[in-house]
Design a protein. Structure first.
Lengths: 182, 182
């Protein structure tokens, strides 16, 4: 029997051929994993979305929540495929209505993200999706936002995981699913 | 016979009930048309995406191109529904690979957007989607970017049109389709 995560190994290997490595972006010493070739390849885009949606098909997900901006792309398509609503998490000052806030640490200092307070009701089942997990700060803050509003974080999913940065450790209380691992 | 644009009137009226008006955002005197209640309502989100995709179903669209960040949300889901690839247009400094640039005017000064140079090939049929057209500057610059790469702008679509700002006049050479009009 192939479990979801084993199945993901094969899909991940195939989708990884569509990720472009960019050296020294956004700064020296970093290898940036560019997902735009995957998004622009219709077959790979479709496979990524439908594979992830299939993983959560029987979980009664009401909302997919994704942080801006790259997370919106696959996150919204996954919401569509699941028949769920989509909720954006944004940087400060971008959401126009009453918002809940959470902060997370950066290399130097911290940053703040927000969600509309009326986006989620108590016990709503939420899938959090982002394109990539690095240190996990944004994802952890997104989980906090969903829980502050009373939502249940049913799953946290990333297309790409940078395993060396151990971001998953920050999300140990959640069910985390990643497809392409570096 | 109901034409695409007449049909859009009914769908637009229904979807408009899910748009939230926010007075004085982002600054005094502006009524911000907040689409987040529509996105988070699964039925409305699904109706908007499937209605727009249906309008372009027989046009052999290879790519949906959307400017960041809100444009990504419906744009990516429309690409998914059409079986097309998705190409993000981003502000300066966000795209990691070799990019084409275009500038557009703001109230004071100008701004620059970019697209990856290898995103589109000659004669590729492109649908440009953004959530809202105001003065049309971003959309016009996005059309220029697609054409610089040799792509054909098969259609330009917006969920919301602020008709008083006459942004469509900047796009007079293109086939423009809008759903909700103010």
């Amino acid at each position: 029997m192939i479990s979801g995560q084993d199945d993901a190994w094969y899909v991940g290997k195939r989708l990884a051929t569509k990720i472009r490595d960019i050296k020294d972006f956004p700064k020296k010493g970093i290898i940036f994993r560019d997902i735009t070739p995957l998004l622009q390849d219709a077959d790979s885009f479709r496979e990524a979305v439908s594979f992830i949606a299939r993983h959560y098909r029987d979980k009664n997900i009401s909302f997919v929540v994704s942080p801006e901006a790259r997370g919106f792309i696959l996150g919204a398509a996954i919401a569509y495929e699941l028949g769920a609503g989509f909720i954006p998490v944004r940087k400060s000052g971008k959401l126009p209505y009453s918002s809940e806030k959470a902060t997370y640490s950066l290399e130097y200092g911290e940053d703040e993200i927000q969600i509309h307070k009326d986006a989620i009701k108590k016990k709503d089942k939420v899938l959090i999706f982002d394109d990539l997990i690095a240190t996990g700060g944004t994802a952890q803050a997104t989980c906090k936002l969903v829980e502050k509003l009373g939502g249940e974080v049913t799953g946290v999913c990333f297309l790409v995981e940078l395993t060396e940065l151990k971001g998953k450790e920050k999300l140990s209380e959640y069910d985390v699913f990643t497809i392409i691992k570096y």
